[in-house]
Write a protein that binds this ligand. Structure first.
Ligand code: PXG
Length: 455
């Protein structure tokens, strides 16, 4: 099939996630046909640098034969068995142990799911069950953040703080409250970053007091917000959030679907940002996206109570502990260790990426640019000296993204923030090439903005 035939079938039958189907049918979807290392190719043979690691997940890069081999070998032996009704399987047991071995010290148990959304749904039910068995069934409410992302199931979308998701289907469900995000550029004017971090954390305390601590079950947040546009909190934020959670006996949930498994240069983002959560959601990087897998690391406080007092936890999925997914994840973790990919983000490629990313502020379109580990976000501005933004209706972020995609590098646009999270295997030379291309694309975008008098 040629590209237009694939596109015709695509728009006739395939409903895409988070997509305006009519609009896509008019344009035709980009057909991605293969990948190798940090590159993907489309059906027209165009080679593209995948600056987003797929969707924040292909961390060890494309084309890893070790992972396809691990899947095939496991499929040949045992393609599926469930973990319900007193059964288990070797890859799931081994993976649970391997994850506990690299987890912060207060974690000894793992619950497997098929995705990050299912992980957060699991946490929602597990936390409520925990407070039930603790004799505090009224502690039900979750506090999350505006512009946080926790998935697209009813519960995941409710915990997420995206108004465009809440508008569809009467969300959030009862028992979910939101506070403002720790976005210094938007809310921190006039304060030092450290002072702003404490202020943003104090919004949690205010919300707990407003709702009544006896009703608040947990606080959930991403160490660094990913889908919200790579919002990096000030370093004072998370330790203060932890202090507040402990003070009011509120469980602390770290949603590490993006930051977990190395993206910030430590196995988990909470280790980089200096806090000790009670529960951790993971997905994406656990299997480098080669196969769907997610789960929850359950801290001792919750696990011990559930095991001691909980009897059955009536929750789980057909694919919880899927042997093929777990076998792939085990091999993925072996690659991360063997090639020291996480240490490399911490000591070498991470700092280099950050330096190059933050140097994008030399470009006339870029007002602010911040990176941590191997993820970065920048703000496009109409006038840098006055911090004047573009009219959001002009869609300048998408305009830039079109130039980037068209010229061979994928960045994502979140409003007028552009974000980047390349595979861990990116080399220094590839970082140089990627940023040179980004600058060229931003030049072209600026020309278009000027030519159309958008600026
Ligand atoms: N939590 C976080 C922090 C995520 O980033 C999920 C939960 C849900 O995971 P699943 O596997 O159910 O998708 C995610 C997913 C984007 C984008 O636009 C990000 C995600 C998913 C789709 C789009 O950046 N993250």
């Amino acid at each position: 099939m040629n590209t237009s035939e694939i596109q015709a079938l695509d728009s006739a039958h395939y409903l895409h996630p988070f997509t305006d189907t009519k609009d896509l049918a008019a344009k035709g979807a980009r057909v991605i046909v293969k990948g190798d290392g940090i590159h993907i190719w489309d059906s027209e043979g165009k080679k593209i640098i995948d600056g987003m690691s797929g969707l924040w997940c292909v961390n060890v890069g494309y084309g890893r034969k070790e992972l396809s081999r691990a899947a095939t070998e496991q499929m040949d032996v045992l393609p599926y068995y469930n973990s319900f009704f007193n059964t288990t399987n070797l890859p799931a047991v081994n993976l649970a142990k391997a994850i506990v071995d690299i987890a912060p010290e207060n974690f000894h148990h793992v619950f497997f799911t098929g995705s990050g959304s299912e992980g957060n749904d699991t946490i929602f039910r597990m936390v409520r069950r925990y407070w039930d068995v603790q004799g505090q069934p009224q502690k039900k409410t979750f506090i999350a953040r505006h512009n946080g992302y926790h998935g697209s199931t009813v519960c995941g979308a409710s915990l997420s703080g995206m108004s465009y998701m809440h508008e569809q289907g009467d969300l959030p469900i009862p028992g979910v409250a939101h506070i403002q995000q720790p976005y210094y550029f938007e809310h921190g004017q006039g304060l030092s970053e450290d002072a702003f971090g404490l202020k943003a954390a104090s919004w949690l305390e205010e919300k707990i007091l407003e709702l009544g601590a006896e009703k608040v079950a947990a606080f959930i947040g991403e160490p660094v917000q990913g889908a919200g546009g790579v919002i990096i909190p000030p370093r004072t934020y998370w330790p203060e959030i932890q202090r507040i959670c402990r003070k009011y006996d509120v469980l602390l949930v770290s949603d590490e679907v993006i930051c977990g498994f190395g993206r910030l240069g430590t196995w988990f983002g909470c280790q980089t940002l200096g806090y000790q959560p009670d529960l951790i959601t993971f997905a994406k990087g656990v299997s480098s996206g080669y196969i769907p897998l997610g789960g929850v690391l359950v801290g001792d406080k919750v696990a011990d109570a559930l095991i001691e007092k909980g009897s059955d936890f009536n929750h789980g999925f057909t694919y919880s502990g899927h042997p093929v997914a777990c076998a792939v994840a085990l091999e993925n973790m072996a690659i991360l260790r063997r090639e020291k990919l996480i240490e490399r983000i911490h000591d070498d490629i991470g700092p280099y990426f950050k330096q190059q990313f933050e140097a994008l502020t030399d470009h006339p379109l870029v007002g602010v640019a911040n990176a941590i580990g191997l993820m970065g976000g920048l703000v496009l501005m109409k006038n840098k000296s006055t911090l004047q933004m573009f009219d959001p209706d002009l869609g300048i972020g998408m305009l830039c993204r079109r130039h980037l995609f068209g010229n061979g590098v994928i960045m994502r646009a979140v409003g007028d923030r552009l974000i980047l999270a390349p595979p861990f295997v990116i080399t220094h030379a590839q970082v140089d090439e990627m940023f040179a291309l980004i600058c060229k694309c931003l030049d072209k975008a600026l020309e278009e903005i000027k030519a159309n008098a958008l600026g």
